[in-house]
Design a protein. Sequence first.
Length: 396
Amino acid sequence: MTGQNPVFIPGPTNIPDRLRQAMNVQTIDHRAPDFVKLLNPLLEDVKKVFKTTTGQIITFPASGTGGWEASITNTLSPGDKVLVARFGMFSHRWIDMCQRHNLDVEIIECEWGNGAPAELYAERLAADTEHKIKAVLVTHNETATGVLSDIGAVRKAMDASNHPAMLYVDCVSSLGSMDFRMDEWGVDLAVSGSQKGFMLATGMAIVGVSRKAMAAVETATCPRCFFDFRDMAGANANGGFPYTPPMGLLLGLRASLDMIFEEGLENVFARHRRLADGVRAAVDAWGLELCAKSPELYSDTVSAIYVPEGFNSDVLTNHAYDTYGMSFGVGLGEMAGRAFRIGHLGSLTDAMVLSGLATIEMAMADLNYPIELGSGVRAAQEVYRRTARPALQKVA
Ligand SMILES: *Cc1c(COP(=O)(O)O)cnc(C)c1O
């Protein structure tokens, strides 16, 4: 029975029936001549979600983490300097990966709950007159803290000192749910995956690669083989794959893009904003605090919520799971035990989100949290009633 409930973890997200059916296929020959008819239009259409016309899309059978590794190994060499801010678990893990590839990692430490500090990036870049920094890394949506960063501001910080470094952005938990503008923001590597905004099963890394990043592949010396952009790009150009593709996911991605374009990309963003506004109204009504330090940092795909002093968020999420069969995100890293997360991205309606809010309220009431049962649900109901747009409720 628990499988009937939607999940409120910030990925993997709920898989709509239409996409489950699209992925459920008998074996298909990927060397058959008609594979090209699936692959090429698919990669073209993915560009629309990244908002790029000049970049290209590279996919790998991997999770998002594989997309990070591919971006690093294809474009950087051991000893290369990279500049990165740490403000949550995902930026932390990306830093760890850079260090394990023997890059020279310059870290800007930030208190968790803050976003990417554009002014500090600007300072460090301006100070780097010899242009030792080869790459600037930013996590667009820090899933651990529910913080959305301003990538355009980081680009401006780079341009202010005419710095030639490339810009790498983790958009795993933002792409396809919140606005992302690869070309406008001058992003060189944009890393995403199949299991969040695309509403698919896990298993495909999806990376947007600029021309500059593609050119860097020729001189970068980090070892790579399975993840070599050139092998993938070369095979794709001939309508094929360098090895066996994850066929179910490719078919799923076709259907996912169809769904996103039918709803309209901007409508998808608007739906996420509304759903998130309802969740935030609930948090406010409960008298709890978000980890995100200010409203311009609020993520529309995930809310990380501090539990009151003296409570343990792991006990709460375990209780919700054991008692009501519903999954919420646990606190990660510095937030472990101190915060729980409500994922509100992907295939969700008002009614689904209300069920999540009602359930976490029951769990909190069971554990004697100082909240009023029904208060959060009521606050979210008011938001959804006030902004109701029936056309947005039809998630196929
Ligand atoms: C989910 C996520 C990832 C990738 O995780 P995988 O489990 O490897 O797919 C990376 N960064 C962020 C911000 C994420 O939310």
